[in-house]
Design a binder for this molecule. Structure first.
Ligand SMILES: O=c1ccn([C@@H]2O[C@H](COP(=O)(O)O)[C@@H](O)[C@H]2O)c(=O)[nH]1
Length: 270
């Protein structure tokens, strides 16, 4: 089954648009992990197991692992998701982009080394830089469009040929780069109007939507502004608000409560 088929199956079968972000920060882990050399894997595994029933996807952010020298933990974590929660796709958030010959190695890194089902990609080097990802028709390519951060507009809003650059990205991805039907777009929850505008340009292309939870985006507004005709089309991602819902021994139960609450907020907005 391809990434896109798996995502649609998960939306339909589990009734959730929540993506659980996996951004390990050992300083925020509960005290019980102090001194544990395998803390990164163990903490993230517990979060995965506690939240899987509320998740349409998991999204590990690669820098949070690589900065700790914990790439091995990331490999084992993704293998754990595939083994214990089959049907819940993994989107590796690495925002890669480089000349084609190097991008080929980034595609190998994401899809073969880490066995991710999808990967985030930076479009600003142009189509050839994303082509090695696009060519893997069974995997997803999640292209940055209008990011959630405060400075998103510095470059993405620059007007080119009468419309903002992020709208050109949306148009190109939907109408030129998506020949295998394996593309998604990143549009931040912090920008409801832009969510609506991008949805109008791209039809049913799914969105990865970070920015709810710690960044303050309104999950209900994401749904009303950007769902597709069938009420899905969204992978709404929250990391810190779920991961660090409690710093006590109830961290896994607290994470599950947060993920369930986000799912319910989203489903009520339909
Ligand atoms: O536009 C973007 C693209 C990616 N991210 C990533 O999502 C999570 C958000 O974490 P929270 O704790 O839910 O704020 C993080 O991994 C970012 O690198 C984003 O925030 N915005």
């Amino acid at each position: 089954m391809s990434f896109m088929q798996a995502l649609h199956a998960r939306w339909n079968q589990a009734g959730t648009l929540v993506c659980v972000g996996l951004d390990p920060e050992p300083a925020k882990f509960p005290a019980r992990f102090a001194g544990d050399p395998d803390a990164v894997f163990a903490f993230c595994r517990d979060i995965v197991d506690a939240t899987a029933e509320f998740a349409c996807a998991f999204k590990p952010q690669i820098a949070h692992f690589a900065a700790l020298g914990a790439e091995g933990a990331l490999e084992r974590l993704i293998a754990h998701v595939h083994a214990e929660h089959p049907g819940v796709p993994v989107i590796l958030d690495s925002k890669r982009g480089d000349i084609g010959s190097t991008a080929q190695h980034y595609a190998t890194e994401a899809f073969d080394r880490y066995a991710a089902d999808a990967v985030t990609a930076n479009p600003y080097l142009g189509r050839d830089s994303v082509q090695p990802f696009l060519d893997r028709a069974d995997r997803g390519v999640v292209v940055l469009c209008r990011t959630s951060n405060p400075g998103a507009g510095d470059l993405q809003d620059l007007v080119v040929d009468g419309r903002p650059l992020y709208q050109h990205v949306a148009d190109k991805v939907a109408n030129e780069w998506n020949s295998h039907g394996n593309c998604m777009l990143v549009v931040g929850a912090t920008w409801p109007e832009q969510l609506r505008e991008v949805r109008a340009i791209v039809g049913d292309v799914p969105f990865l939507v970070p920015g709810v939870g710690a960044q303050g985006g309104d999950a209900g507004a994401v749904v009303t502004h950007a769902r597709t005709a069938d009420g899905s089309g969204l992978v709404i991602s929250s990391s810190r608000a779920i991961l660090y819902a409690s710093s006590g021994d109830d961290y896994a139960e607290a994470a599950a409560r947060e993920a369930r609450a986000l799912r319910d907020t989203i489903n009520r907005a339909h």
